[in-house]
Design a protein. Structure first.
Length: 258
C-alpha cells in the first residue's frame, strides 16, 4: 500500500491540497477529512491518502520505518497563516506564528529525504496544473483522472472540509494577499516574533524588510487565537505524552510487519 500523508501548519492549505489530490488522482482509499499519521489506515487500499495539520515533526521516524509512506508538506506565507480564520471559530484567528515556525523547522530536517515533498501554497494557487506535474514526478505511482485547475468540478468535500475551506469554490489567486486586510494582527505577531521578517526573506516572500513600512501607522492589538500561545502547559504536556505513546505503538506495528 502506498500511503501519502499531507501535513503542514494549520491554515496553510492542507485541506485544499488533499481535495485536489483525491479528486484528480485515482486513490483506492482516503480519510474523510483528517486522520492522524499515528493511526493506520482503516482498510488496506493500494493507494491511500490522509492528512492532518501539525504533524510534519512526526514524519521522520515513520518515513524510516515505512518504505511505502510519502510525506507531503504544504507551506504558506506566515502572514496569511496568522491572519486566517477557520470556519469553526470565526470570532478569532486560527493560529499563531510559533506553530508555523515549528512546522518549517521540522520540514527543514526532511528536505533531503527522497519520500518527502514540499509544496508552496502560493504556487499551488497560481499554477495548480504545474504543481500537479511536480507531484506526479515525485509520486510516479499516481494515475491522473483530472486536472487540479478543475478539481472543483469533481470534488465532493465533507462538511468538515467545507468549513476548513471557508466555503467550497474554485481556486482563487486573488485571495493570496488577504493578510493586508489584517495589518494590526500582523504588527502584533511581528512584535512578538521579530524573526518572522527574516524568515520571509529566507523563503523568498520578501527581498528585504521594507514591507514593514506598511505597519508604521497601524495600531497594534492583543488578538486571541483559536490555538492560543498561552494554552495550559499541563494540557500541552499531556497531549505530547499521548502522541509519544501513539508514535511508539505505530512504529512497533510497522517494524513487526517488516
Amino acid at each position: 500500500m502506498k500511503h501519502m500523508h499531507v501535513t503542514g501548519c494549520g491554515r496553510s492549505g492542507t485541506t485544499l491540497l488533499v481535495e485536489m489530490m483525491r479528486s484528480s488522482f485515482k486513490c483506492s482509499g482516503d480519510s474523510a477529512h483528517e486522520r492522524s499519521i499515528l493511526f493506520p489506515p482503516p482498510t488496506n487500499p493500494s493507494i491511500y491518502i490522509s492528512k492532518c495539520p501539525g504533524e510534519v515533526g512526526l514524519l521522520a521516524p515513520l518515513l524510516d520505518a515505512d518504505s511505502d509512506l510519502y510525506g507531503v508538506h504544504i507551506y504558506r506565507d506566515p502572514r496569511s497563516v496568522i491572519c486566517s480564520i477557520h470556519g469553526k471559530a470565526t470570532e478569532c484567528y486560527a493560529t499563531n506564528f510559533p506553530s508555523w515556525k515549528k512546522a518549517q523547522v521540522a520540514a527543514g530536517r526532511l528536505r533531503s529525504h527522497p519520500r518527502f515533498l514540499e509544496i508552496r501554497y502560493e504556487q499551488l494557487i497560481e499554477n495548480p496544473d504545474s504543481i500537479q506535474g511536480v507531484i506526479e514526478s515525485a509520486l510516479p505511482f499516481l494515475e491522473r483522472r483530472g486536472c487540479f485547475s478543475s478539481y472543483h468540478e469533481r470534488a465532493r468535500p465533507s462538511e468538515d472540509a467545507v468549513q476548513a475551506l471557508n466555503g467550497f469554490r474554485r481556486v482563487d489567486p486573488g485571495r493570496m494577499d488577504s493578510w493586508k486586510n489584517h495589518l494590526p494582527r500582523v504588527k502584533e505577531q511581528l512584535a512578538r516574533h521579530p524573526e518572522m521578517a527574516d524568515m520571509l526573506i529566507e523563503l523568498g516572500y520578501e527581498n528585504d524588510h521594507s514591507w514593514t513600512g506598511q505597519l508604521s501607522d497601524v495600531a497594534s492589538g492583543n488578538f486571541r487565537a483559536w490555538e492560543d500561545e498561552c494554552t495550559n502547559l499541563f494540557k500541552k504536556f499531556d497531549r505530547w505524552q499521548r502522541k509519544k505513546r501513539r508514535l511508539h505503538k505505530r512504529l512497533t506495528l510497522l517494524r513487526r510487519k517488516t
